[in-house]
Design a protein around this ligand. Structure first.
Ligand code: F58
Length: 838
């Protein structure tokens, strides 16, 4: 039994096949589920059938807690956190649930005693890739922490039929493949058909006077779509709480089809059905780039309307009036994607429930909180008025009304300041007119937060500067965090065991306890074990790379890892410039002493982002040359591992020695990969950007490799007039590296292939790679030196992990609860319920 496995919190007094935790019961349940749910006997069962039977066996053991949790929330009338997010990047459920339930080793044993291969079954699970990257994964970590902290919560989102695309690499280029994650069924979800909700689209509005002669508006849509909820249980670690993630699927209502059938328009009806159901077909794979696609606004409105209607239904069921809605739900907007919710809640309250505007507005503002995740101007959401008017005519009117009242307040506070009015307005009128969703979210929320200290400061100064001046009290920082359950216990059981043997299991839900590891820093045996653990994990990754990608890597070499979405601001190409610099040193002097390194990359590029795709090609092309040059003598290896996803993250974070966090200062809002690496004992090479700054503060500057311009220096240099040519001409090393790429050396003599990339650097370099190049190379040289002293490196590695307490998502969620949501834990007790049921 792993030492972090605790006695399951809930031990049933009687053993039934759905709840029992004895080996015999679980074994029988597995066989029963195979037969009765999968309809298979061992002779015909595929590994997937066994996986499904196993998943149902685990889900069964969550159901009582799930029911009980929901029941307590309803009966006690507690305040519920409602996390609205267009993305939840959950990753595989099986291991995570087993860990949270405290039955990982038990179930593993049962599976193996049943003659099955546990690891094979675990790996069969298709991960729900319902997100692009950090933002979606953050939502998943927060759901885990909410349950673990016993906070009543519900996650609302979209059940995309196709999640983030699968990535293949062909001839060094990214190729996108559709992600058919549902093709073999999803055992973790339960559709709740009876709780289906209707959502309207398009059409027109009509003014009228009601029976009390009040002016009212009604919306006559031209399309209605059904939202069907699919619920997934979200277990907490070592508690009974099982919260719900409710994802909506779009379906066409039958009534519309019948109408069409009656007039003989069969194809038209089917087509309308297809169009309606398209809403939740596919996740938009753009990362940090706003594209004004109508379907995306439809997706956003669809899931937000379903969710708010659902919350109102739950609230009214308690017998409460809507005036107290904000006391029942704290709704958090995960970026602006759900911000249409501000106008939708107003519409529901004013049009459908006949609440006066002023009161409705108070309820709305008290309900919403808004988290911003980006400062990049190209990522800020805005929708043209014409698109808005076509799809959501009533909401546009409501937005105008909100705007008029809001600008009235601004005018009163700042008379004769038309520039300020133009900047604060919900409508951008500088050219083609747009609705600015960040402004809508800011006006409609009582709290606005950034996701790391620097990011929040920049938000207050720049992007939302005028809002901050107006309402400083609304702003606060909530530095991101990640869940140690998935990112240490599930992904790195060897390290988790070592830690637990030293300090007990409490760190898993109190990450600040990792500090206790510092007491063992002088213990040579502990350091040896730590080093050996890292070595073993690196060995597993090396074997995986060999088996899956045919590349031999040396587990003794320094594993230097950059995994994240491909984006110019994240500067994967700066990493490549370093690789070429080292390669050049070897070519100039083949016997040079060099610290052997394996460079590991992973990440997807948005399908339409040419430059990001070219960077992938460059990484692979440089890899081809470096990996096959006999002069290198295997001292350097470059691998781009395709299809980076949560599962692969679980494999790679634990194996890293060096974590690359090298974005241009001021561009990465927070980063969360940086936290996952450090928790697993990797050292960071990074800029003063996002949460890197806070990580460095925690781990100590002597345990962090810092380089590059600060945010202020970036602004200063830009405003002075940044000229990348100066760096190119003044730094011979940099010039050689760039010239080598331009010469076609990595592209079989083709001097055109990488020209767009090189030209972009030479003529614009918007992310200032050249300005940071030398400082980066110097820091990397320090990394090489440091790695040679393994004793010292191990100390730094231990200190990094030991000082990561702050970056648990539990800490972040507690801050949200106390400072924004006003939500408190509610204990879920089981005994009574079980007895009642018995
Ligand atoms: C990320 N944003 C930030 N956006 O880039 C990262 O620094 C931060 O740590 C993380 O959020 C969590 O706060 C991000 O992942 C997206 O993926 C959006 C998806 C939808 C389109 C626009 C980008």
């Amino acid at each position: 039994m792993t030492t972090f496995e605790q006695v399951p919190v809930f031990q049933c007094e009687f053993e039934d096949d759905r709840t029992g935790l004895s080996k015999e019961t679980i074994k029988r349940a597995l066989a029963d589920n195979l037969f009765y749910i999968q309809g298979k006997v061992p002779a015909t069962a595929t590994p997937n059938d066994y996986y499904m039977a196993l998943a149902y066996t685990v889900r069964d053991r969550m159901l009582q807690r799930w029911f009980k949790t929901t029941e307590v929330y309803t009966k006690k009338g507690v305040k519920v956190v409602s996390y609205l997010s267009a993305e939840f990047l959950l990753g595989p459920h099986l291991s995570n649930n087993l860990i949270n339930l405290g039955i990982y080793d038990l179930v593993r044993q049962v599976v193996e005693e049943s003659g099955l291969d546990f690891v094979q079954l675990r790996e069969i699970e298709e991960e729900p890739g319902l997100g692009n990257g950090g933002l979606g994964r953050l939502a998943a970590c927060y759901m885990d922490s909410l349950s673990t902290l016993e906070i009543p919560a519900i996650g609302y989102g979209i059940r995309y039929e196709f999640g983030i695309f699968d990535q293949e690499i062909r001839d060094g280029w990214q190729v996108e493949i559709t992600d058919k994650w549902l093709h073999l069924g999803n055992p973790w979800e339960i559709p709740r058909l009876e709780e289906t909700i209707e959502v309207k689209f398009g059409g027109r509005t009509e003014a009228y006077y009601d029976e009390k002669c009040r002016y009212r508006v009604r919306w006559i849509p031209d399309k209605v779509v059904k939202g069907v909820p699919y619920d997934t249980p979200i277990s907490g670690y070592n508690v009974n709480t099982v919260n719900t993630l409710r994802l909506w699927k779009a379906e066409a209502p039958e009534s519309f089809e019948f109408q069409a059938f009656n007039v003989g328009d069969y194809y038209g009806a089917v087509n309308r059905k297809v169009v309606s159901e398209n809403i939740t077909k596919v996740l938009y794979p753009n990362d940090e780039l706003m594209k004004g696609k109508e379907l995306r606004l439809e997706q956003q409105y669809f899931f937000v309307s379903c969710s708010l209607q659902d919350m109102i239904r739950l609230h009214l069921q308690k017998g409460e009036s809507l005036e107290t809605f904000h006391q029942s739900f704290a709704v958090q907007l995960n970026d602006t994607h759900p911000s249409i919710g501000v106008a939708e809640l107003m519409r529901l309250l004013v049009d459908e429930y006949e609440i006066e505007w002023d009161q409705a507005w108070q309820i709305t503002q008290n309900t919403f909180g808004y988290t911003n995740h980006t400062l990049l101007p190209e990522a800020l959401e805005k929708w043209t008025l014409s698109l808005f008017k076509n799809l959501l005519p009533r909401h546009l009117q409501i937005i105008y009304e909100i705007n008029q009242r809001f600008l009235g307040q601004v005018r009163a506070k700042y008379p004769n300041d038309s520039d300020r009015l133009a900047r604060l307005s919900l409508i951008d009128e500088s050219g083609e007119k747009y609705v600015r969703m960040a402004n809508l979210a800011s006006v409609g929320s009582h709290a606005i937060n950034g996701v790391a200290a620097l990011h929040t400061e920049l938000l207050k100064r720049d992007v939302l500067g005028d809002f901050h001046e107006l309402w400083p009290e609304k702003f606060s920082n909530k530095t991101n965090g990640v869940t140690p359950r998935r990112w240490i216990v599930v992904s790195n059981p060897l390290l988790a065991n070592l830690i637990t043997r030293k300090i007990g299991v409490d760190w898993i839900s109190h990450l600040e306890d990792l500090k206790q590891l510092e007491a063992f820093i002088e213990d040579a045996e502990f350091r040896r074990e730590w080093r050996q653990t890292k070595q073993d994990i690196k060995g597993y990754l090396a074997t995986y790379i060999k088996e899956n990608h045919g590349i031999e890597v040396n587990p003794e070499s320094l594993f230097d890892v950059q995994v994240k979405r491909l984006h110019e601001y994240k500067r994967q190409h700066l990493n490549v410039l370093h690789i070429i610099t080292l390669y050049k040193r070897i070519k100039d002097n083949p016997n040079i002493e060099i610290t052997p390194r394996t460079f590991i990359f992973g990440g997807k590029a948005a399908p339409g982002y040419f430059m990001a795709k070219l960077i992938i090609k460059l990484i692979n092309s440089v890899g081809d040359v470096v990996n096959n040059d006999p002069d290198v003598r295997d001292r350097l290896k470059v691998v781009f591992l395709p299809d980076y996803n949560v599962r692969f993250g679980q494999r790679v974070y634990p194996a890293a020695d060096l974590s690359e966090q090298i974005s241009t200062a001021g561009k990465e809002a927070s980063g969360t990969g940086n936290m996952k690496f450090a928790m697993n004992g990797a050292l960071t090479i990074g800029t003063l950007d996002g949460a890197n700054i806070e990580i460095r503060e925690e781990v100590g500057e002597e345990n962090f490799f810092l380089f590059g311009l600060t945010t202020e220096q970036v602004y200063e240099l830009k405003s002075k007039g940044y000229n990348p040519w100066d760096y190119y001409h003044n730094n011979p090393q940099l010039k050689q590296v760039i010239d080598l790429i331009s010469s076609g050396f990595f592209s079989h003599g083709d001097t055109n292939l990488f020209r767009p990339l090189v030209d972009s650097l030479l003529y614009h370099d918007p992310y200032m790679l050249f300005a940071d190049y030398q400082s980066y190379i110097d820091a990397q040289d320090q990394v090489n030196q440091a790695y040679r002293d393994q004793e010292h490196w191990t100390r730094m590695s231990i200190l990094n992990a030991a000082r990561m307490g702050k970056f648990s998502s539990d800490r972040a969620i507690l801050e949200y609860c106390q400072e924004i949501w006003n939500a408190v834990p509610v204990k879920i007790e089981l005994e009574e319920y079980i007895q009642g049921r018995a």
